[in-house]
Design a binder for this molecule. Structure first.
Ligand SMILES: *Cc1c(COP(=O)(O)O)cnc(C)c1O
Length: 506
C-alpha cells in the first residue's frame, strides 16, 4: 500500500482512523454551533465576508491540519450562514434538514453509488425504485405509473413538458422529436398555467424550443387558484386562433401562497380535450402524508405527470426531488442507448432510461431512511402541526388593523404586509411609501437576524412572506416575532412622517 492510503477508504487502519476523525470533527463543529445558536443569521458586511473568503481560498502547496481547516470553516462559513433549522428562519421553501437524512447523507457520499446504470448501483437502484413505488401507492396512481429521482422541481417540471411535447409530436405529427427535432407546427403549441405558477414553466418552454410566449397565463381567483372558467375560455381562444393546446400545469401549492389549483375540475377539461395535465406539487406533495389535510392532494392521480420535491416539505437536505408519470411508456421519449451504460441488448434495469441526468446521487436513501426512522404517524403529525400553526398565525394577523393579510393559508405560507396609518392623497405615493416600509422591515429584521422573512409582490404591492415549514415553529414564539415586525413598522412610520413634514415645510 502506498502513502495515499489515509485519503481513501480502504481496509487499512490508517484509512479508517482518518475517516472517523474527519467525520467526528465535522459533526462536532455542527453540534457546537447549534448549542450556542441564538439567531438564524449573524450579519456581516458583504464586502467583508467576500474579502475574508478570498484570503481563505488560496490553495497552498502543502495540506493543512484538519483543526485549522475546520476552524476557518467555523469562522467564515458557519458563523455567517443562514441557519435554516432555527425557527426564526421562515423565508422560502427551504427546509430544516431532518437528522435521519443527515445520517443518510454520510452513507450516500461514502458509498457514492451512481444511479445511472445498474452495475454502478446494484442495490441502490432497487431502493430508488422502491421509494418511487411507495410514493406511487400514496398518490394512488395505477400500476402503469413510474418515476425517478431528480435534482428538484426545476428538473421535474422540465421533464414533464419534455415528455408532453414529444408525446404530442409523435401522436399528432408522427414525428420522433428525439431523432428529427421539432416540426414547424411546434410553433403553435401552447401551455397553460396560472399566473401564480412557478417560473420554471416559462423557463422549460424556453429551453424546449417552444418559447416563453407559448405559455398562456391564466388569472387566479381571490384564493390565488387558477380560474377554471378563464382556463376554459383561453383554451377555446387558442384553438380558434389555430394554435394547439399541449399541456396544462396545475400547481398544488403555489410557491408564494400555497394555493391549490382544482385538479378535479381541471382534469375534466384536460381529459375531454385530450391535453396533458401536469401537477406541480413540488411544495404540496407532502400533503399526501397529512392526517387531516390529505384530501387536498387527493386528485394528484388524475394528472399525467407529477413533480414532488423532497427538499421542501419532506425535510431532506438539497438536492432531492422526484418526477412521476402515470404511464411508464412515456419514458420512451427520452430513452437513449449508450454502449458503455445501457446497451440495447442489456435487459437489466438502468435508471438512466428514466432520467435526463447521467451520473446521479443516491438521494433516495435519505428519503427511505427518514420514513423508516420517523414512521408515517409522526411524519403526518409534523405536516399537520405546521399547517395548524400557520392557520393560527393568520388568524392572529387578520384581527389586527395594522396588518393586511393576503391569504388564508391552506398549507403553511402566509403573505401579509404592515399597513401604515399614514395616507397620501396621491395613490402612487402611498404605494411607494407602503412598499418602502415593508422592504425596510424585511431587510432590517434580516440584518439583525431576528426574523428571516421573504418578500414578494402582488399587483405592484410589496408583501412579506412567512413559510412555516419548520415543525419547531410554535404559535407563541411566532407572535413574539410578529410583534417586532409591527414595532419596527411603527418606528419606520414615525421616521417617515417626520420626513414628510420636513419636505412640506421646506
Ligand atoms: C420550488 C418550486 C419549484 C422549483 O423547484 P426546485 O426544487 O427549486 O428546482 C417548482 N415549482 C414549485 C411550485 C416550487 O415551489
Amino acid at each position: 500500500m502506498n502513502t495515499f492510503n489515509q485519503w481513501f477508504l480502504s481496509s487499512s487502519s490508517n484509512s479508517i482512523e482518518n475517516y472517523y476523525q474527519y467525520m467526528s470533527e465535522a459533526a462536532e463543529i455542527i453540534g457546537d454551533h447549534y448549542q450556542g445558536l441564538e439567531r438564524p443569521y449573524e450579519h456581516i458586511d458583504t464586502a467583508d465576508i467576500q474579502n475574508k473568503i478570498e484570503d481563505f481560498m488560496i490553495i497552498g502547496n502543502e495540506g493543512k491540519s484538519l483543526d485549522h481547516i475546520l476552524g476557518s470553516i467555523q469562522r467564515l462559513v458557519m458563523e455567517h450562514s443562514l441557519h435554516i433549522s432555527h425557527p426564526g428562519a421562515m423565508a422560502h421553501l427551504h427546509c430544516p434538514p431532518i437528522i435521519p437524512a443527515l445520517a443518510a447523507e454520510v452513507i450516500i457520499s461514502a458509498l457514492n453509488q451512481s444511479m445511472d446504470s445498474w452495475d454502478q448501483s446494484p442495490a441502490a437502484t432497487y431502493i430508488e425504485d422502491g421509494v418511487i413505488q411507495e410514493m406511487i401507492k400514496k398518490i394512488n396512481y395505477p400500476e402503469s405509473a413510474s418515476g425517478v429521482f431528480t435534482s428538484g422541481g426545476t428538473q421535474s417540471n422540465y421533464m414533464a413538458l419534455l415528455l408532453a411535447r414529444n408525446e404530442y409530436c409523435a401522436k399528432h405529427f408522427s414525428i420522433n422529436v428525439s431523432k428529427r427535432g421539432l416540426p414547424a407546427e411546434a410553433q403553435k403549441l401552447r401551455i397553460f398555467c396560472s399566473e401564480k405558477a412557478h417560473f420554471t414553466v416559462q423557463q422549460s418552454a424556453a429551453q424546449l424550443g417552444l418559447g416563453m410566449e407559448s405559455v398562456v397565463s391564466i388569472k387566479t381567483n381571490d384564493r390565488y387558484e387558477m380560474c377554471i372558467d378563464t382556463l376554459y375560455e383561453e383554451i377555446e381562444k387558442v384553438k380558434k386562433q389555430g394554435n394547439l393546446p399541449l399541456a396544462v400545469v396545475a400547481t398544488i401549492g403555489t410557491t408564494d401562497f400555497g394555493s391549490i389549483d382544482s385538479l378535479s375540475e381541471i382534469s375534466q377539461l384536460t381529459e375531454r380535450e385530450n391535453i396533458w395535465l401536469h401537477a406541480d406539487a413540488a411544495y404540496g406533495g407532502a400533503l399526501l402524508f397529512s392526517h387531516k389535510y390529505s384530501h387536498l392532494a387527493a386528485h394528484l392521480n388524475k394528472a399525467d405527470s407529477i413533480t414532488i420535491d423532497f427538499h421542501k416539505w419532506f425535510y431532506q437536505p438539497a438536492s432531492c426531488g422526484a418526477f412521476f408519470v402515470r404511464n411508464a411508456s412515456m419514458f420512451q421519449h427520452i430513452k437513449l442507448h449508450a454502449d458503455y451504460l445501457n446497451p440495447e441488448e442489456d435487459s437489466r434495469f438502468h435508471l438512466v432510461d428514466r432520467s435526463i441526468q447521467t451520473t446521479k446521487r443516491f438521494d433516495a436513501l435519505k428519503v427511505w431512511l427518514t420514513f423508516q426512522a420517523v414512521g408515517q404517524q409522526e411524519f403526518g403529525d409534523m405536516i399537520d402541526h405546521t399547517i395548524q400553526t400557520a392557520k393560527q398565525t393568520a388568524d392572529y394577523l387578520l384581527k389586527r388593523t395594522d396588518i393586511d393579510v393576503l391569504n388564508i393559508p391552506e398549507m403553511n405560507a402566509i403573505v401579509f404586509r404592515y399597513q401604515p396609518n399614514i395616507y397620501y392623497t396621491d395613490s402612487q405615493k402611498q404605494r411607494f411609501y407602503e412598499n418602502k416600509i415593508n422592504h425596510s422591515i424585511q431587510q432590517q429584521l434580516y440584518e439583525t437576524g431576528r426574523l428571516i422573512m421573504a418578500k414578494t409582490k402582488d399587483q405592484g404591492k410589496s408583501y412579506l412572506k412567512l413559510t412555516m415549514l419548520n415543525p419547531l415553529i410554535t404559535f407563541d414564539e411566532t407572535v413574539k416575532r410578529l410583534v417586532e415586525v409591527i414595532h419596527l413598522g411603527k418606528d419606520l412610520e414615525k421616521k417617515g412622517a417626520h420626513l414628510r413634514e420636513h419636505s412640506v415645510t421646506s
